[in-house]
Design a protein around this ligand. Structure first.
Ligand code: 6R9
Length: 649
């Protein structure tokens, strides 16, 4: 990073939204929780741990004797799958729907908690028959189908750690992940439905498994019925092996620190990091945050998180948090525009979804498609809207609230990471006066702040780096097989504090605004300028649906701002418009933030979780060969963007 810590503090957002009175009056969590957690942080988490059913209650909350290697609830024992399934059946909720599955071709199925318990038990028995044992690793490469959740919970039930790989990653990515975790089993499917057609999954697994040692068996779910190559003695149909198992399985209680899963994050350089999460602390915080931030009422709410199971959001807020809380949720297999651009809203209407959790990239896509599309559906069941994955531009926040939330639903912008395991900074829907574009305050029991280059906490109004100052229950325990990298990556930049890698600022009220990854911050004529703020200024122009901004090397200013913009449906691409956008940014943020070049494009390069890959855009802007594109959803996007360049200087 640079000498100048003052990540700009340019954008002013004055709009405020109070929580709806009825929600506030019946909220799961009130302002008192902040006080309580502040007075006794560990006592607060010990109390939250009682949301779970323990085989042996923990007496110790946090062991921080060897920082930053934390142990939470270390002398407690529990079974995570029992907590997510069996206990709800035992409590008399067996008939409650756990998952309303909606397949992309229009097939649908409701799975009750009682049925889920049977499925998970059969799968656990099947894994045991295959020879999977406590402490083993299992790779999962599946589409968004209920078997993905069942497979994860079956692993948890027998104490094996899963490593879910995004369906759609290449054979290469699967092989690296299998190898790094020494997985001995892979669970996959013949294929899944995407954009109206079956899309094969098994060939990538076949190729990956041929390249690595140690995978004895491949379990194959039949989803599409398409042809698959079959390796006798290795490949097993999921339905054949699970259907012959008894639906009874006694869950064993494991230590709270039993590994639950490894999930790989790409990072900007080097090989992917295997983020390790364990059981008791992880489940405590996912369950608590899901209860608090979404105000979940399990008897009446219908919750829908649109994330993929291969992203941490799918782990924590499809599988573990909601199921630990006994929620009824929707799970959707496909893309938002198949077979039409109103598919999401049709699903909200069909199931009466009350809580929706999605990503800014999805919201901006709907903005681009037009307000008239959601307007055709009855969205009146919605009461809380969530956002995750990137900073949400104030205009996208306002659009979400207005066009999806009938101008009454609170929007909760939740900041967290694969590494944090659960939400860390977010408004509470019944408490917080919301500010569009800000994640606002650390949740009760969480300690976060913003520091400058010298690790000094910045005053209100200042900017710098987001750090977490106290351990939290769902924190990563290490990077799988590489403690040193864990220390170097997260704990060495600021002594005793976790460095998240994000820039942030505090406003006059002390509320936190996220400014994007520090690797993406631009340095223009000696000023640090955040990509997020310039992008938000661009998106606030009526002609812009989406924007990605990068700093490209420049002889006079060090770096110059280059903006890639997707225009809204009707906006024509003219020289006038580009000039207009440049002065719009200048007016919003000051002349220093005025982009040198603005390139209208049709698409932006994104990861599967919807994050813009600015690194690739920087390569384009600096006329370099493109770096690694393997985690892109669609690598042809980059060809399209590169053809734009010559005309756009
Ligand atoms: C959950 C998840 C983590 C990074 C994180 C930050 C960005 C996520 C955000 C946000 C601003 C939010 N991020 N949520 N930035 N506001 N509400 O996304 O995990 O895929 O590991 O990404 O995503 O940059 O550091 P992961």
């Amino acid at each position: 990073m640079t000498e100048n810590p003052s990540l700009s503090n340019l954008l002013r957002e004055e709009r405020r939204f109070a929580p709806p009175a009825d929600l506030a009056a019946n909220a799961n969590v009130t302002a008192e929780a902040y006080e309580q957690a502040k007075a006794d942080r560990l006592g607060f988490w010990a109390e939250q741990a009682r949301r779970l059913t323990w085989a042996t209650e923990p007496t110790e909350t946090l062991d921080w004797s060897n920082p930053p290697f934390a142990k939470w609830f270390a002398d407690g024992k529990l079974n995570v799958a029992y907590n997510c399934v069996d206990r709800h059946v035992e409590a008399g909720h067996g008939d409650r729907v756990a998952i309303h599955f909606e397949g992309e071709p229009g097939d649908s199925k409701a799975i009750t908690y009682a049925e889920l318990k049977d499925e998970v038990s059969r799968a656990a028995n099947a894994l045991t028959e295959i020879g999977v044992e406590k402490g083993d690793r299992v790779a999962i490469y599946l589409p968004m189908i209920p078997e993905a959740v069942v497979a994860m919970l079956a692993c948890a039930r027998i104490g094996a750690a899963h490593s879910v790989v995004f369906g759609g990653f290449s054979a290469d990515a699967i092989a690296t992940r299998i190898e790094d975790a020494s997985a001995k089993l892979v669970i996959t499917a013949d294929g899944g439905y995407r954009r109206g057609k079956p899309s094969a999954l098994k060939p990538a697994v076949d190729e990956a498994v041929a390249r690595v040692d140690g995978v004895d068996k491949v379990l194959v779910v039949r989803r599409t019925g398409q042809e698959v190559d079959w390796t006798e003695g290795r490949d097993i149909w999921w339905h054949e092996i699970t259907q012959k198992q008894p639906a009874e399985h006694t869950p064993e209680a494991f230590d709270a620190e039993q590994p639950l899963f490894i999930l790989y994050t790409s990072g900007t350089t080097g090989k992917p990091k295997g983020i390790l999460h364990t059981s008791g602390g992880y489940l405590t915080q996912t369950a608590y945050t899901h209860h608090a931030v979404f105000d979940l009422k399990p008897e009446s709410d219908v919750y829908w998180c649109t994330a993929d199971i291969g992203w941490v959001t799918g782990h924590s807020y499809i599988t573990y948090g909601p199921l630990a809380n006994g929620a009824t949720q929707v799970m959707y297999e496909g893309t938002p525009d198949t077979p039409h651009q109103g598919r999401f809203w049709e699903i909200v209407q069909k199931y009466g979804v009350t809580i929706l959790y999605t990503a800014p990239t999805v919201i901006r896509m709907f903005m681009k498609w037009g307000d008239d599309i959601p307007a055709k559906f009855d969205l009146s069941s919605l009461r809380v809207l969530g956002s995750v994955g990137e900073p949400i531009n104030p205009e996208a926040w306002i659009w979400y609230r207005k066009h999806i939330g009938a101008d009454k639903c609170p929007v909760v912008d939740t900041w967290w990471q694969t590494e944090t395991g659960s939400m860390m900074i977010s408004p509470l829907p019944g408490v917080t006066e919301a500010k569009p574009g800000s994640a606002q305050r650390p949740l009760p029991g969480i300690s976060a702040t913003v520091v400058d280059d010298e690790a000094n906490e910045v005053p209100d109004g200042g900017g710098g780096y987001l750090v977490l100052t106290e351990p939290w229950p769902s924190m990563l325990r290490t990077i799988w097989g590489d403690d040193q990298r864990f220390l170097d990556t997260y704990w060495s930049r600021f002594e005793g504090r976790y460095f998240a890698g994000d820039g942030a600022k505090k406003d006059e009220d002390g509320d936190i605004w996220l400014l994007g990854r520090v690797d993406d911050v631009m340095l223009v004529s000696g000023h640090n300028i955040s990509t997020t703020e310039v992008e938000s200024a661009l998106v606030s122009h009526p002609s812009v649906a989406e924007a990605a901004v990068v700093g490209a090397a420049d002889e006079t200013t060090g770096q110059a701002i280059v903006a890639f913009v997707i225009l809204r449906g009707s906006a024509a691409e003219t020289a006038d418009l580009v000039g207009d956008l440049r002065s719009h940014v200048s007016k919003a943020l000051g002349p220093i933030a005025k982009p040198k070049r603005i390139l209208p494009v049709a698409e932006l390069p994104k990861t599967r979780s919807g994050k813009i890959m600015r690194r690739l855009l920087r390569d384009v802007a600096e006329n370099r060969e493109l770096g690694d594109v393997t985690t892109l959803t669609d690598s042809t996007v980059m060809d399209l963007i590169q053809t734009k360049l010559p005309s756009a200087a």
